[in-house]
Write a protein that binds this ligand. Structure first.
Ligand code: KIV
Length: 262
């Protein structure tokens, strides 16, 4: 299983592959496929629970889902998201909640959204012996402040602030950083500026690795596909067709067939 120091060493050597999972069977499939890191993202609030953003997700939700993911993937690095208001209120609550997540789930590390403004909290968590992955650029927990999900790092001022944030997080002790929806030239600048790996989502090819939501690459949703997603399957439509066939078979008395019962 990868460790935080091993992830750091991958920079410049091997692209890092990270995907999300929220439950046992997806986690088992990701481990079988050989992904480097499984992220139990707070995106589970939207993708699994159907909330309109990630803000309602609780520490207990993250713990429940991370435990299920760990049972499915016992040999893969698992990172659990720190949900909204589990660290924002202060260093002590950040350490307490990160420690609870690490202790109760068997995950390898936590991920915390935020830039230079949260460096003291990151340092406090790292000093408690808990590995931290940073998350800069678009921060979905700030969607109500931002009024949506804007692209980041398009102006020289924003690019400069993002590079400074990445450097501040590196100094605070993160072992890797997610850069979400950052324009590719700025993401490349960030990747060059820090010694820890930068894992991009919608941030272009010059990052040290890529992360996406598994349901997105599997095409589970048919209504909307973000620009940064590439669909590798059409699960939504094929599952819908399968359920319709099952419904028709049951309605017509074609299921169960003789081999399906005792
Ligand atoms: O919550 C999540 O799934 C994430 C990734 C999309 C990076 O933070």
């Amino acid at each position: 299983m990868l460790t935080p120091p091993a992830v750091k060493k991958m920079k410049g050597r091997k692209k890092i592959v990270m995907l999300t999972a929220y439950e046992y069977s997806t986690a088992a499939m990701l481990e079988k496929a050989g992904v480097d890191i499984i992220l139990v993202g707070d995106s589970l609030g939207m993708v699994f629970a159907g909330y309109k953003d990630t803000l309602p997700v609780t520490v207990e939700d993250i713990i429940y889902h991370t435990k299920a993911v760990r049972r499915g993937a016992q040999n893969t690095m698992i990172i659990a998201d720190m949900p909204f208001m589990s660290y924002q209120a202060g260093n002590a609550s950040a350490v307490k909640n990160a420690g609870k997540i690490l202790k109760e789930t068997g995950c390898s590390a936590v991920k915390i959204e935020g830039g230079a403004e949260i460096k003291a909290k990151v340092r406090a968590v790292v000093n408690a012996g808990i590995p931290v992955m940073g998350h800069i650029g678009l921060q979905p927990q700030s969607t109500r402040k931002d009024g949506g999900y804007p692209v980041k790092g398009a102006t020289a001022e924003e690019a400069d602030a993002l590079v400074k944030s990445a450097l501040a997080l590196e100094k605070a002790g993160v072992f890797a950083i997610v850069a979400e929806k950052v324009v590719f030239k700025t993401a490349a600048e960030i990747t060059k500026a820090v010694k820890v790996p930068v894992i991009g989502i919608g941030s272009g090819p010059f990052c040290d690795g890529q992360v996406l939501v598994t349901q997105d690459i599997l095409g589970c949703f048919t209504d909307f596909t973000p620009k940064f997603v590439k669909k590798y399957a059409d699960t939504g439509n094929s599952a819908l067709a399968a359920v319709r066939r099952f419904r028709a078979d049951v309605s017509k008395g074609k299921f169960p067939g003789r081999k399906n019962y005792f």
